[in-house]
Design a protein around this ligand. Sequence first.
Ligand SMILES: Cc1cc2nc3c(=O)[nH]c(=O)nc-3n(C[C@H](O)[C@H](O)[C@H](O)COP(=O)(O)O)c2cc1C
Length: 207
Amino acid sequence: MAKTILRIDCSPKLSTAHSSRLADELTDKLRLERPDMPVVHRVLAEHPPALVDSGFALAMMSHQSAEAAAKHEALQTSEALIRELEDAAVLVLSTPMHNFTVPAVLKAWIDQIVRFGRTFQSTPEGKVGLLTDRPTYIVIASGGYFSGKRARQPDHLTPYLRDILGTIGITELHFILLEGLARGDLAVEEARQLAQDQIRAMPAQHQ
Ligand SMILES: Cc1cc2nc3c(=O)[nH]c(=O)nc-3n(C[C@H](O)[C@H](O)[C@H](O)COP(=O)(O)O)c2cc1C
């Protein structure tokens, strides 16, 4: 099967979201560079992944391999989302900042794909990722500022995504920030310009 560009949108505002609209532009650029790669588009707010329950928590310890997990009802969603991730040569994640961190739908997706024995292994030295690394573009939209001199709030979003994706082996992260979007039209225009310049300057994918 052809490797894909996997795009995951996390905003409750769906296609009108700042983060989704910028991800459209980014995905268009990636498709021009890699027309051979189909885009798989998952809109988490439309189809939120299930929250982990006791069945999942018990099954994940006893059914670690893909084969064993495929037989267990509680791990079906997890297996499907992990396989989707394994098929992706490029990952595009678009998300708002919610309460300084990831929105709940993104956390629900993370809880499904970060699985002991399947996407990471525990060793005496710490956790080791089991997925192949791939370029991962993360578009973040926020009402205020969380980076640079204008930051007036903590950032539990970018360090968290770095840590959790790194845990499963995805370390090549490129953050594209749309900050200050609640500060009026000029601020929105400035944020979009900066982000669009960053996308234009991105080196082409030649994998
Ligand atoms: C529940 C909720 C929590 C939010 N928390 C923050 C926050 O902690 N920091 C911030 O800068 N903006 C926060 N915002 C504002 C959004 O990040 C901002 O509106 C952003 O533009 C939304 O991106 P989107 O258009 O891609 O959905 C929050 C918005 C919502 C709905």
